[in-house]
Design a protein around this ligand. Structure first.
Ligand SMILES: CC(C)(COP(=O)([O-])OP(=O)([O-])OC[C@H]1O[C@@H](n2cnc3c(N)ncnc32)[C@H](O)[C@@H]1OP(=O)([O-])[O-])[C@@H](O)C(=O)NCCC(=O)NCCSC(=O)C[C@@](C)(O)CC(=O)[O-]
Length: 299
């Protein structure tokens, strides 16, 4: 039961860039976002309304949204961990917001400075106010296949937090393998557990590629009917609160795999590779995407 179409949520400008220690010019971020939209990506997570002391790289999110030239048909979203973040997101006229929690108590404390229960309490008014303002709210659950502090995470805990976010009004929950430790069998077991109670169209997957398992895990997710995949151009990224975690799976690699399976994404791979090369040139590194490397070497 493979999906015939897949929606890619491009998280490079947010999850990708949030971890960079060098200051990235606003113009480079805007160019990246424009090129991603030109490549056909329809959902771009463009920024994050979090504390600039915690994540300095996202401190320019308000200005970024104010200067963004939006393409019609593209959703430009941002993270909002609390009411302060939501207020900023509303001022910035974002199209959609996302709250982000975890299935690990320690990660929750390190990442957003509160317990899981407290985070869900914080999210409730955020979801209510965003919905009242006509914004859809996405949820993230981090550490679904393991935690950098606690190790193994119970699938029951993942199911519980996911279900609570959906009950509170998130239209979809993205399951984050924050440290990229998941393997295909564990991914299948988790999805089967969740899908006992949760409809597959409410779930998305978000794999980091630390152990090189992301594409294999995505294939398992597709085989379970998941049709929303988060990825990051050039494999940018990592989480500031998950030391050693590699970037997200590269969007180029996901698109190449989906093309090979005959699954429609609407993304132009050549344009996407170019977008990745431009941002990597700004960062002074080469792309993590195997597909981008291969396509560049045969040019
Ligand atoms: C959540 C908070 C804000 C709580 O932070 P806190 O310190 O507990 O908040 P507070 O309410 O006590 O406020 C303290 C200070 O923060 C400010 N503040 C408070 N809220 C905001 C806000 N929204 N925007 C801007 N500033 C804010 C507030 O104004 C105050 O400023 P001060 O008076 O000290 O100058 C903080 O812990 C934080 O910003 N954490 C960063 C979390 C983060 O961005 N992590 C990375 C993204 S999550 C991720 O990457 C995982 C994911 C989603 O990709 C999925 C996966 O891979 O698993």
């Amino acid at each position: 039961m493979l999906p015939s179409q897949v929606k890619i949520v491009e998280v490079g400008p947010r999850d990708g860039l949030q971890n960079e220690s060098q200051i990235i010019a606003l113009s480079a971020k805007l160019q990246l976002i424009a090129e991603l939209a030109n490549a056909g990506l329809k959902h771009i997570e463009a920024g994050s309304f979090v504390s600039p002391k915690w994540v300095p790289q996202m401190a320019d999110s308000l200005t970024l949204f104010q200067q963004l030239t939006k393409q019609s048909g593209v959703v430009y979203s941002a993270l909002t961990p609390n009411m302060q973040g939501l207020e900023a997101a509303l001022t910035a006229n974002v199209d959609e917001v996302a709250i982000f929690g975890a299935a690990s108590e320690t990660f929750s404390l390190r990442n957003i400075n509160c317990s899981i229960a407290e985070s869900l309490q914080r999210f409730e008014p955020v979801i209510e106010k965003a919905s009242a303002a006509g914004l859809k709210v996405r949820g993230y659950v981090s550490c679904v296949l393991g935690c950098p502090y606690e190790g193994e995470i119970s699938p029951d805990k993942v199911a519980q937090v996911t279900q609570q976010m959906l009950t509170m009004g998130c239209y979809e929950v993205s399951l984050g393998d924050t440290v990229g430790v998941g393997t295909p069998v564990k991914t299948a077991q988790l999805l089967e557990k969740l899908m006992n109670h949760i409809s597959v169209d409410k779930l998305a997957v978000h794999f980091h590629d630390t152990y090189g398992q992301a594409l294999a895990n995505i294939l398992i997710a597709l085989q379970h009917g998941i049709s929303v995949i988060d990825s990051s151009v050039a494999g940018l990224g990592g989480c500031p609160y998950a030391k050693g975690a590699a970037g997200n799976v590269a969007t180029e690699d996901v698109i190449y795999m989906l093309n090979g399976m005959g699954i429609e994404t609407g993304v132009d791979l050549a344009k996407l590779v170019n977008a990745g090369q431009h941002i990597m040139a700004q960062l002074g590194r080469s792309s993590q995407s195997k597909v981008a490397q291969a396509m560049s070497s045969t040019k």
